[in-house]
Design a protein around this ligand. Structure first.
Ligand SMILES: [Zn+2]
Length: 75
């Protein structure tokens, strides 16, 4: 499933906080990989945020996989 790109803008997912944001936006400091908020975060701290966000994403995927599976018979 893909979303057709109608303009030069397309939603990006921030690597640090996972927020969806538009890029490029005039007057916004956001970069290709980081939203406006996370651009203001020091690079070292952002690295930690990215690491945590990666883990959260992995856990979310794992959770989704577990939820997709039919519940095993317990009785
Ligand atoms: Zn962000």
């Amino acid at each position: 499933m893909t979303t057709p790109i109608t303009s030069g803008q397309r939603p990006r997912t921030c690597r640090a906080c996972g927020r969806k944001f538009d890029y490029p936006v005039k007057g916004s400091a956001a970069t290709r990989h980081h939203c406006e908020d996370c651009v203001a975060v020091p690079a070292e701290t952002r690295k930690t945020l990215e690491r945590l966000n990666t883990r959260v994403t992995q856990l979310e995927n794992q959770l989704r996989r577990l939820q997709d599976k039919p519940a095993p018979p317990t009785a």
